[in-house]
Design a binder for this molecule. Structure first.
Ligand code: 1HN
Length: 370
């Protein structure tokens, strides 16, 4: 029976049960089949119907829990001592997802600790929230990590991380495409034959070679499917946002926003996940929009709130919240300073499949009218 009046029209399934049909359905079930029309309307919603809920993780609570984990378990025993951010929904628990196809966790490491070397088909990226003396080694490239840097661990790369003995307690947010790899049933994992890699190149060789956005002509060609920059430094990103804001109007939805892009292509830095940093100027009151794809935000500075699917979430520094696919959202800066929102997303997947669709409140109808 049609529950949505739109399902009464030609082109939708609208079949009434009869004793003959019910007997027929039983026969189909006996041979691992079913009548498509019994499922068609459910599996073809008029528009995306997310199973995930907007969820917020408060840093004052999460930070304390991450630090308590340090005394309870070693990174060697845990493999990775990560506190997983679970979406507040059945789907989140089933898929170990922060939102949609994205996994996220918080990793705290104290000076002298290491996360043992390993690799997987899942891609990872990290946003450093606090600390000093942290580093990661990705396929032999040793990269130093400072507050609010964004660093890549593309799929298939060996990686281990640590904090120097004279460094500080460091905490970062990990983002991975684990739920996507698992639904695609393409997830492999391997451990390295030593606890940590030995660096094969000078420290920070990739960001120092590619980080200015200019193409090095006297270095061999870069033949990997991810950005050679590897780490994007906060000072550069903040500077770029403020320069951009001097000569551009703020976008009504996102303020001023930059993509962590591969300078060789202008595209996203990795194939399955992207990331942005946006600045909401003082007084910014964003307008609502929505899009396919999932986004996880980390407040890099300032305070404000976002209305997501009609629910208001107030946020401050390092709070993390998510916007599930096709949910209306708007951001407001209520502080006296610019607010900065780091975010990561699964937009590259949407784009690869031609399903990255965006709608603003002003646009009527969206897909219906295409
Ligand atoms: C991973 O490899 C790391 O390398 C952190 O630090 C979190 C969560 C799921 C799967 C792999 C890391 C992860 C992860």
């Amino acid at each position: 029976m049609a529950t949505d009046p739109r399902d009464a029209q030609l082109g939708r399934s609208n079949v009434e049960d009869t004793p003959e049909l019910e007997a027929f359905y039983k026969e189909l079930a006996g041979v691992n089949s079913d009548a498509f029309w019994n499922r068609a309307n459910a599996i073809e919603p008029w528009e995306p119907e997310t199973r995930y809920r907007p969820t917020i993780w408060r840093y004052d609570q999460m930070r304390d829990l991450c630090i308590r984990a340090i005394d309870l378990v070693s990174p060697e025993k845990a493999g990775r001592r990560v506190i997983t951010l679970m979406n507040d929904s059945e789907a989140g628990r089933e898929n170990t997802a922060v939102c949609g196809w994205l996994f996220s966790g918080l990793q705290a490491m104290k000076p002298g600790e290491i996360t043992p070397a390993h690799r997987h088909t899942a891609s990872a990226h990290r946003f450093i929230m606090e600390g000093g003396g942290a580093y990661t080694v990705v396929d032999g490239h040793r990269i130093t990590l400072g507050k609010h840097d964004y660093v890549l661990t593309p799929n298939g790369c060996w990686h281990d991380h640590g904090v120097a003995a004279d460094g500080q307690l460091s905490i970062w947010q990990d983002g991975l495409d684990i739920p996507l790899m698992n639904v695609m049933e393409s997830n492999f994992y391997a451990v390295y034959d030593k606890p940590a890699q030995t660096a094969k190149y000078p420290e920070n060789d990739l960001p120092l070679s590619y980080g200015a956005g200019l193409k090095p002509e006297t270095r061999g060609e870069w033949d990997q499917g991810f950005s050679p920059v590897m780490v994007y430094r906060w000072d550069d990103v903040q500077d770029a946002l403020h320069k951009m804001a001097k000569v551009n109007d703020a976008c009504p939805h996102d303020g001023h926003m930059l993509r962590y892009s591969n300078p060789l292509t202008g595209g996203w830095a990795m194939k399955t996940m992207g990331a942005n940093m946006q600045m909401l100027p003082k007084g910014f009151t964003g307008k609502a929009h929505r899009h396919t794809g999932n986004v996880v935000y980390n407040v890099a500075g300032g305070s404000g709130y976002s209305v997501i699917g009609g629910e208001r979430f107030d946020w401050g520094e390092h709070d993390i919240f998510c916007v599930p696919s096709w949910m209306w959202h708007e951001h407001v800066n209520t502080g006296d300073e610019p607010a900065y929102l780091f975010s990561f997303n699964d937009f590259p997947v949407m784009e690869a499949f031609g399903t990255r669709i965006t709608e603003t409140k002003e646009e009527a109808g969206g897909y219906q009218q295409i």
